[in-house]
Design a protein around this ligand. Sequence first.
Ligand SMILES: Nc1ncnc2c1ncn2[C@@H]1O[C@H](COP(=O)(O)OP(=O)(O)OP(=O)(O)O)[C@@H](O)[C@H]1O
Ligand SMILES: [Mg+2]
Length: 253
Amino acid sequence: MKEVLKIEHLSKAYLTQGNRMRILEDLNLTVVEREFLCILGPSGCGKSTLLRCIAGFEDFEGTMICNGKTVKGPSTERIMVFQDYNQLFPWKSVAENLEYPLKIKGMRDKHERRAVTEEYLSKVGLAEYRDFYPHELSGGMKQRVAIAKALALKPEIILMDEPFAALDAITRNRLQAELQRIFTEEKITVIFVTHNIQEALTLGTRVILMDSDGAVRIDKINPLEKPVKPSSPGYGELWDLYSQGLEGRFPAD
Ligand SMILES: Nc1ncnc2c1ncn2[C@@H]1O[C@H](COP(=O)(O)OP(=O)(O)OP(=O)(O)O)[C@@H](O)[C@H]1O
Ligand SMILES: [Mg+2]
């Protein structure tokens, strides 16, 4: 399996009010092609910080290689989808929100940009909304556009920071199923941060759990067969394992 991302000895500290706060220390993580890696962890443990380092938004100590290249800053090889509904350009239509980054990436042919945009809007079920503006969409639709925008760029890795956390349960389930289908069709590699164990077990091919110090404490390939349901054999045991981990209790302790 091709290694898409290799992180070695990653440490990250923030300077706040003159104090150096260590968030991540000596973290090692390898993500292979076609992996859907879900990251669970208590609030404040450094999940978003880790994603921001991978996205190239933060400096850090250690080495990070994506697709054979050292990560030095943001790139269309590593695209982030945020929890926030307002990650689209409000003054651009849905279609323009997809076309613009394609142009920036270097896709010069207008017709090609339009065709790629149509293809990915269809994939997320929003082809009819191409001329709408973000304020005319629901939260779930905005997240779909953000996902379509990320997919259209064909990044090496898509980073998702609790993209469904602010949605109601029904919309969330629907978008989980949609993302699952797209993951199967598109052969993408995803790192997905969530607080929700059900979401991690449903989507993840591998689920890791960080402790409150930002250390990886559980790192398991998800053995549950897709589509995962709470009634899937083994679901309950895994749910308990991660749930106890979120409370700071680990099997080896
Ligand atoms: N820009 C910043 N400057 C200083 N400290 C920061 C900054 N961003 C995050 N932190 C601190 O780093 C720690 C980890 O934050 P982070 O946002 O990575 O946590 P998280 O695991 O994503 O939490 P949550 O689950 O609540 O989203 C927190 O203690 C936070 O206060
Ligand atoms: Mg976070």
